[in-house]
Design a protein around this ligand. Structure first.
Ligand SMILES: C[S@@+](CC[C@H](N)C(=O)[O-])C[C@H]1O[C@@H](n2cnc3c(N)ncnc32)[C@H](O)[C@@H]1O
Length: 267
């Protein structure tokens, strides 16, 4: 489902494009569960120094750099946003990881890689934003070696949400979250084996704590500076922020429904 911005915004632009543009300017992308969830994903996909990993929707390249540093693996990150990829390259350069980590611009639904290139294909909080999820899965399988792993951390409805909450998420993020069964079906349909599904609640204070800890203070304050500068300069950003804040519940009520899941399968 492509959700186009209404006339009040730029026409022909997806809502998620603006959301990611803001994040790229702020220098901050996120997924639920932080580094702990990244490591759970890496370990479930048996990532070690001999593996070659593809990180789909790599954002600003944090996970790609973390995996290369912690596990010694080679990582390619791919993201549809040029701005994200630019910043991810700078991060790898700054960390001295250019020999292990590289970044490419590309769409999860049409990957610019040969078949059977990677030992593991992973992604964090990306498929929810991808229009044709089964097609993307097919692509992940195509570029994974036989017996390789496909593992994702995705936003998940842990309890049936009210229709207006689903609408709100699609209005402000352009995202479609699924239930654990919904994600599992997407993993099972193309014939992946050894499927693992684990779901978690989001503990918001812990999540915020992780976000602050995982960025250094300069990065974190820079992100908020970037956000407020954008609010000041960009009418589009102001409209998006107003819409986001118009949430009809308080954030703690939302957390009854909202969680994340780790979904693993083997080719
Ligand atoms: C919520 S951010 C998560 C970024 C990163 N994985 C993280 O955990 O911080 C989602 C990312 O997916 C990228 N993305 C969205 N749709 C995509 C697609 N079709 N193909 C590749 N990347 C995509 C966005 O540009 C954005 O960087």
């Amino acid at each position: 489902m492509v959700i186009k911005m209404k006339n009040e915004y730029e026409s022909e632009k997806k809502i998620s494009d603006s959301y990611f543009e803001f994040q790229a300017v702020m220098g901050m992308t996120k997924h639920m569960g932080g580094v702990k969830a990244t490591e759970e994903l890496a370990e479930s996909c048996h990532i070690d120094k001999d593996r070659y990993v593809l990180d789909i929707g790599c954002g600003l390249g944090k996970t790609a750099c973390h995996l290369a540093k912690k596990y010694g693996c080679r990582v390619t990150g791919v993201d549809i946003s040029e701005k994200m990829v630019e910043q991810a390259r700078k991060r790898a350069e700054k960390a001295g990881l250019e020999d292990k980590v590289e970044f490419r611009i590309g769409d999860a639904q049409d990957l610019p890689f040969e078949e059977s290139s990677f030992d593991a294909v992973i992604g964090e909080s990306v498929l929810a934003f991808v229009e044709d999820k089964p097609r993307a899965l097919k692509e992940f399988i195509r570029v994974t070696k036989t017996e390789g792993y496909i593992g994702f951390n995705e936003c998940t409805w842990i309890r049936k949400p009210p229709a207006r909450l689903i609408q709100y998420i699609s209005d402000v993020l352009g995202a479609v979250f699924l239930t654990p069964n919904g994600w599992q079906e997407i993993w099972e349909k193309p014939g992946l084996k050894d499927i693992i599904v684990r779901t978690y609640k989001v503990r918001i204070l812990e999540q915020w704590g992780n976000e602050i800890r995982e960025l250094d203070f300069k990065e974190y304050s820079g992100a908020w500076y970037g956000f407020f500068s954008l609010l000041f300069k960009s009418p589009e950003c102001r409209k998006w922020a107003r819409k986001t804040l118009s949430m009809p519940w308080n954030i703690f009520a939302l957390l009854k429904y909202f969680g994340y899941g780790i979904y693993i399968g083997r080719k």
